[in-house]
Design a protein. Structure first.
Length: 332
């Protein structure tokens, strides 16, 4: 089984060098490394070519989703690994994911992603979405421990360092390019859940992620994109009956995320993103995925239980504590 490793890059030459070094050290090496360049100006593509990677120039910063899609279309592997440039992999990362995915018949797999700047702290495990349409990268900012050390079936993997059967993209489609960057992986995960193509969280596979190295975790551009894409996630996946029934969770999630943006000095970016999201509602709605209210509600409630159960033992984050308080009956 061959692996194609796809790395979208926009500058970050020093980060790319580290990632390529960890790819070269894999016990189950990628048959090809495809670096999709989003218009880098710091020599990152030259570094990739010098280390044997195939470079595909996009000619501009088209965003994460279009770059990854281009890489998928041009890859040749039976399995496709999608990697952020600010990731470093343990030497057995691919081997561990591949073995577990094949043994369990999973369509995709991801490992335990740790924060390299804080020893013993999880950056992310898998994605979960609440009824309000806000997503949590499970484990983010939490101390590593037994809760994040159990293998489990999942519907959505962060595309930070994930491995997919190439056939999955023929069945589900590619990333939604209108999202550009952020939440495009959550949109893909929801489509996997609808079609019942499950994945696997494999905590024995370990990687380290610096997080938002290109734009910055709370940059105006990051906040704008997330705020806009949160709206489009609702437009693409929520039946009208679900929106009416879940108006309180939706309002709570979006207002609380706006409050976070305010706290981090980016209220204008949040408002801009919200405006763009609602302005583009009809276009996003025209491509709506065919969920029934019953199926979507069951998935979102299952996700909310996971959020609560993973956070409750050592205290809920302020965002989720307020969300569960404001979302009303049915939360948790």
């Amino acid at each position: 089984m061959s692996i194609s490793a796809i790395v979208p890059v926009w500058n970050g030459r020093h980060l790319l060098e580290r990632l390529l070094a960890t790819l070269e050290a894999q016990s189950e090496p990628a048959a090809e490394v495809v670096v999709v360049d989003n218009g880098s100006t710091d020599g990152a593509p030259d570094v990739a070519r010098a280390r044997g990677a195939r470079v595909i120039p996009m000619g501009r910063n088209a965003g994460f989703a279009p770059a990854v899609n281009r890489g998928i279309r041009e890859s040749r592997g039976d399995w496709i690994a999608v990697l952020n440039t600010d990731v470093e992999l343990a030497p057995d990362y691919f081997a561990t994911l591949l073995a577990s995915a094949q043994a369990n018949g999973a369509w995709f797999a991801t490992g335990k992603i740790l924060d390299p700047g804080r020893a013993g702290v999880v950056d992310g495990a898998f994605d979960v979405v609440c009824r309000g349409g806000a997503a949590w990268r499970a484990g983010h900012g939490r101390a590593d421990g037994p809760r994040f050390s159990m293998e489990r079936r999942i519907w959505s993997a962060p595309w930070t360092a994930a491995l997919f059967r190439a056939e999955l993209f023929q069945r589900i489609g590619l990333l939604e390019e209108s999202f550009e960057s952020y939440l495009e992986d959550v949109d893909f995960g929801l489509r996997c859940a609808l079609a019942e193509y499950s994945g696997l969280y494999v905590p024995q596979a370990v990687a380290w992620h610096r997080g938002s190295a290109a734009l910055g975790r709370w940059s105006a551009e990051t906040v704008r994109l997330i705020a806009r894409n949160q709206v489009w996630l609702l437009a693409r996946h929520y039946p009208g009956s679900s929106l009416r029934r879940n108006w309180r969770p939706v309002l709570a999630a979006h207002c609380l995320w706006g409050a976070l943006a305010l706290r981090h000095g980016a209220p204008a970016a949040w408002l801009h993103g919200q405006w763009q999201g609602w302005r583009g509602w009809r276009r996003a709605r025209a491509a709506r995925v065919s969920w029934t209210e019953l199926r979507l509600d069951a998935l979102l409630r299952e996700n909310e239980r996971a959020i609560y159960e993973l956070q409750a033992p050592d205290g809920l984050d302020r965002f989720w504590r307020m969300y569960f308080l404001l979302a009303g009956a049915g939360a948790r």
